[in-house]
Design a protein around this ligand. Structure first.
Ligand code: TRP
Ligand code: ZN
Length: 499
C-alpha cells in the first residue's frame, strides 16, 4: 500500500511533465487510501460539500464565506481543429466560519493545475463538481484566508434539470457565460450557491479585436502583443449565478441615468454591449434604459448598484434572458416588458437574493409584478386586470399554459426541473397582488421599497418575507388579514377558491 504522502502538491511541482488530468487521478487514489482507512483521528473538520439546498444539495460549500473573487482569465477562440480554451487563475478570499482542515470549492470540468492556500501549495482532489482542498496548516474559525486555483481547459455547457442550457455558451463570434442556477462553476471555482455573495475583480485577456464585457464597471483596457485585457470590477456583493462574461464583437453604447431618487447629480453610468447583428433592432428599446431605471427607482427605491446596462447576444440554443448583475443578458432584442423584468431583478434577485433555490418566487414573482406595474403606469392593463386574466384562465393564449399556473404553490416547486415554471412567475406575482389588496396601495408601495432597502445586498427566504410583511402590516395596515394570502396563495395546493 502507498503510505500517506504529506505534500502531494509538492510532487506536482517537481514533476511538471505529468498532465494535470493524470495527476489529479493519482491524487484521488492516493487521498482515498489515506482518508478512507478509518484510521483517522476522527477530529478532522471538513467544510461541507454543499449547503443543503433543497433542490441542488451539492451546490455551494459549508465552513467558509467568500468575500472576494479575483479572476484572471485568458481566452483562446476555437480554431479549425480545436475547441476554444480558457486559462484561469482564481484568487479567492474567504473567511472560515469554523475550524477547517479541508474545504470544498465547486468546479465542473476544466483541469486543475495547482491549488495553494496562503501562498503554500495545498493538497487537492476532485470528485464530480467538488474540488476538495487540504491546506498544509488548518484554518481557524474567523480566519481570513486566500486560496489560489490555477486551471485550464475548454469549459462545459451544462443542461439544467428543466432542459435549458447554461454555463459556457458559444455565440457566432465568441462566448457568453450564464449561470442560473449552476452554470458559473464551469468557468471559475468558487462557492457557487446564492447564499454566498462576494465582490469581484475580473481581468479577461482576449485576442485583439474581440471585446470582453462583464459585471460591474470597466476599470481598464490595454493591448499588448496582439492581446487585449479588459478589467472589470464589481464593488457590490454578487451571487455567482448572476456573474457573466461575454466575449465577442460588440457595439458599445454609454449613457447615463440623469434623474436619481437620491439626488445624485453625477448620474448612473449605463454601459450597453450589443452584438452587431442586433444593433439596429435593439437601438430603440435599449435607449429606454434610463427611462425604465428612473421609473424603477421611483417604485423600488434607490438602485443598489454603481452602473447599469445590458448585453445583447445570440447564444446557441438559449432563448432566455438572465438578470446578470448590473447588465442583464438578452438572447436577442428584448421587448419593453422583458427589459423591465430583468432590470427589476436588480432589486429583487441580485440585491435581495434568495437564500436557496426554493425561494425563486421572490425573484420571479417580483420581476413579473414589476412588468404588471409598468404596464399599469404605461396606460395598459392594470395589475388587477392581469391578476383577473390569470384567475379566469385568459392570460396565456393556450389553455394548457393557463392551467399550469395552478400546478403547484409558488413557495413549493415540486422539483429542480420546475423552479422556473409559471407558478413561480405568474402565481408569485398573484401573491404580491393579494398582499397589495390586503394592505392597500400606500402600504404596498412602501413595502416594495422597504423590503428592498432592508435586505439590500443580502439574502432572504420565503419565511423572512412573510414575517417581514406581517410586521410591516402591523404598523401600516393593522386590520389586514394576511393568513389566506399565505395559506391559499403562497403555500396552498391548487387554485384558490376565491380570487
Ligand atoms: N431568471 C431568468 C428570468 O429573468 C430566467 C431563468 C434563466 C431561469 N435561467 C433560469 C430561472 C434557471 C430559473 C432557473 O426570468
Ligand atoms: Zn425573471
Amino acid at each position: 500500500m502507498v503510505s500517506c504522502p504529506h505534500r502531494i502538491a509538492d510532487v506536482s511541482r517537481s514533476v511538471p511533465v505529468v498532465p494535470a488530468a493524470l495527476l489529479s487521478l493519482a491524487l484521488t487514489l492516493t487521498l482515498t487510501s489515506c482518508t478512507g482507512g478509518g484510521g483517522g483521528t476522527g477530529e478532522r473538520s471538513l467544510g461541507a460539500a454543499g449547503v443543503r439546498d433543497p433542490y441542488f444539495p451539492k451546490l455551494g460549500n459549508g465552513g467558509y464565506d467568500v468575500t472576494h473573487y479575483a479572476l484572471t482569465l485568458g481566452y483562446e477562440p476555437p480554431s479549425e481543429n480545436e475547441d476554444d480554451r480558457l486559462r484561469g487563475t482564481a484568487v479567492i478570499t474567504a473567511r472560515a466560519t469554523r475550524d477547517l482542515d479541508a474545504f470544498n470549492l465547486d468546479l465542473k470540468g476544466m483541469d486543475v493545475e495547482s491549488v495553494d492556500v496562503e501562498g503554500t501549495a495545498a493538497r487537492w482532489k476532485r470528485a464530480g463538481q467538488e474540488l476538495t482542498v487540504t491546506p498544509g496548516d488548518g484554518l481557524d474559525q474567523g480566519e481570513t484566508f486566500r486560496t489560489t486555483v490555477r486551471y485550464a481547459g475548454t469549459p462545459e455547457t451544462v443542461t439544467d434539470p428543466d432542459g435549458s442550457r447554461e454555463g459556457w455558451l458559444r455565440t457566432a463570434d465568441g462566448v457568453l457565460a450564464l449561470g442560473e442556477p449552476t452554470g458559473s462553476m464551469t468557468w471559475f471555482p468558487g462557492n457557487h450557491h446564492p447564499s454566498d455573495k462576494a465582490t469581484y475583480d475580473l481581468a479577461v485577456t482576449v485576442p485583439e479585436g474581440l471585446r470582453a464585457v462583464s459585471n460591474g464597471e470597466l476599470k481598464g483596457e490595454s493591448t499588448e502583443g496582439g492581446r487585449t485585457t479588459y478589467s472589470w470590477h464589481t464593488a457590490e456583493p454578487m451571487a455567482s449565478y448572476v456573474a457573466t462574461i461575454a466575449i465577442g464583437e460588440y457595439e458599445i453604447r454609454r449613457s447615463t441615468v440623469a434623474e436619481r431618487v437620491d439626488g445624485d447629480a453625477g448620474g448612473l453610468p449605463v454601459y450597453v454591449a450589443v452584438d452587431p447583428a442586433q444593433a439596429e433592432d435593439s437601438r430603440e428599446v435599449l435607449g429606454r434604459i434610463p427611462e425604465v431605471m428612473e421609473w424603477a427607482e421611483t417604485n423600488f427605491g434607490p438602485y443598489p448598484f454603481s452602473s447599469t446596462g445590458a448585453i445583447v447576444d445570440e447564444p446557441e440554443d438559449v432563448g432566455y434572458a438572465l438578470e446578470t448583475q448590473n447588465r442583464p443578458v438578452f438572447p436577442g432584442t428584448p421587448d419593453i416588458s422583458l427589459l423591465v423584468h430583468e432590470l427589476a431583478h436588480q432589486w429583487y434577485g441580485d440585491s435581495v437574493t434568495p437564500k436557496s433555490w426554493r425561494d425563486m418566487w421572490l425573484n420571479e414573482g417580483f420581476a413579473t409584478y414589476a412588468e404588471w406595474l409598468w404596464e399599469e403606469d404605461d396606460g395598459g392593463d392594470t395589475a388587477q386586470e392581469n391578476f383577473d386574466a390569470l384567475y379566469e384562465g385568459e392570460y396565456f393564449e393556450d389553455a394548457a399554459s393557463n392551467e399550469a399556473v395552478w400546478d403547484f404553490p409558488p413557495a413549493k416547486p415540486p422539483s429542480a426541473a420546475r423552479i422556473s415554471d409559471s407558478p413561480v412567475y405568474e402565481r408569485g406575482a398573484m401573491v404580491l397582488h393579494k398582499i397589495r389588496e390586503a394592505i392597500g396601495d400606500d402600504a404596498f408601495f412602501g413595502l416594495l421599497q422597504d423590503w428592498a432597502t432592508t435586505r439590500r445586498h443580502g439574502n432572504a427566504d420565503t419565511a423572512d418575507f412573510t414575517a417581514y410583511v406581517e410586521e410591516y402590516a402591523r404598523k401600516r395596515a393593522p386590520e389586514a388579514d394576511l393568513t389566506p394570502v399565505w395559506e391559499d396563495w403562497l403555500y396552498g395546493e391548487g387554485k384558490p377558491s376565491k380570487a
